[in-house]
Write a protein that binds this ligand. Structure first.
Ligand code: ATP
Ligand code: MG
Length: 352
């Protein structure tokens, strides 16, 4: 052997079977529009890597139903499938290179999800920091559904149905990818080599704080700047952002670390000298919040202007968006059918 483990060899054989091109599976819940948190956590990597990987983008409309707010609101979920696709396209995903599909259109995912749920203990399913965080942040109390606890297992089916190698995600999703890896490992050890163990890839800003200072910008928490945020509301949102609460006057020395406006400057202001100068003056108390925010507004406005324009194009050409989704679904379904057939064969569930 050339120094590779048996597992690595088998994984690389599978890649050869996939025309040597590795695969990405990533995506977003159909719970509203995409925002700049999605960009730094996951979209930035998707856009960059789409040229090197065969890329599948799931719009997780089944997963959306795991949240009490959306299970009662099918119209919002359906509209979000289009919004999320348009957001991906506007930020730079190339439709000719990417397969977009709604999760609900791939029934093989549900079948795989049920099979995978047999491989995960109840305790293990509950031992998930992201689920606990969401229960707290989204005030779910003890009213969460069985589907919500099953969320990461269904996500494993999303990822493994196309046997993805890489999963670009924000930090909050890493525990879910870890469970996917456990499921792949267990499946392979029980039934023979079948799945690649996918790697998570976390973005440059692993978890972007919300406008309100909440630890996570989240479409369900309403503390977001959308990718197609109109210019006027962008300005309003930036100018009313949460900063250092202990700083009353521009002459008070302020804290830069963990301060949302500076986190956003670091992520979105390409003028690094300007950012360094603002930080220095903020620390010594020689710049007002207004100047810091105005410069941030300018940086975000420059970044979002072309995205907003492209988004508007797709809003005016919904039939194009629909076609892109249909083509991606056909391809994904074919892959998922092959995966499920193999899984059923391994489990001897293929009598008829
Ligand atoms: P919801 O609150 O409905 O779950 P969300 O804003 O968390 O919405 P998702 O669709 O769950 O959005 O996330 C899509 C992708 O974007 C995931 O990879 C997630 O980790 C990433 N992501 C979401 N919010 C952030 C954020 N604030 N910072 C970095 N990455 C994020
Ligand atoms: Mg989420």
């Amino acid at each position: 052997m050339d120094g590779k483990t048996a597992q690595q060899q088998s994984a690389s054989q599978k890649q050869t079977a996939k025309n040597n091109q590795k695969r990405i599976l990533t995506g977003d819940n159909a719970t509203g529009k995409l925002h700049i948190g999605h960009y730094v956590g996951s979209l930035q990597n998707r856009v960059k890597l789409q040229h090197d990987y065969e890329t599948f983008i799931i719009i997780a409309d089944m997963h959306a139903l795991a949240y009490p707010k959306y299970v009662k609101n099918p119209e919002t979920v359906a509209r979000s499938v289009l919004e999320v696709t348009m957001g991906n396209l506007a930020i730079g995903m190339v439709p000719e290179k990417t397969y977009f599909f709604p999760e609900s259109a791939i029934p093989e995912i549900y079948e795989l999800g049920i099979i995978f749920s047999m491989l995960v203990s109840h305790n293990r399913a509950l031992r998930n920091p992201t689920l606990k965080e969401e229960i707290r942040d989204k005030n779910m109390g003890d009213k969460f559904s069985v589907g919500f606890i099953n969320f990461p297992i269904l996500q494993a089916a999303d990822i493994l149905c196309v046997n993805a190698d890489l999963v670009p995600v924000g930090e909050d999703q890493v525990p879910h990818v870890e469970l996917t890896r456990e499921i792949a490992r267990r499946f392979n050890s029980y039934y023979g080599e079948t799945f690649v163990e996918p790697e998570p890839l976390v973005g440059e800003t692993a978890r972007l704080v919300g406008l309100d200072g909440n630890a996570k910008m989240s479409k369900s928490l309403g503390n977001t700047i959308y990718l197609n945020e109109p210019e006027e509301s962008l300005k309003k949102k930036v100018m009313s952002m949460y900063t250092d609460p202990n700083r009353i006057h521009p002459t008070d020395p302020g804290t830069v670390e963990g301060n949302p406006v500076f986190i956003y400057h670091d992520a979105f202001n390409p003028n690094k000298e300007e950012v360094a100068d603002l930080k220095k003056r903020y620390r010594e108390g020689s710049v007002g919040d207004v100047e810091v925010k105005e410069k941030l507004y300018k940086a975000l406005s420059d970044f979002l202007a072309p995205v907003r324009e492209k988004y508007a194009y797709y809003e005016g050409h919904l039939e194009e968006v629909q076609e892109i989704i249909e083509a991606g679904t056909v391809k994904t379904r074919k892959e998922a059918q092959e995966t499920l057939a193999k899984v059923k064969e391994r489990l001897k569930l293929d009598l008829v």
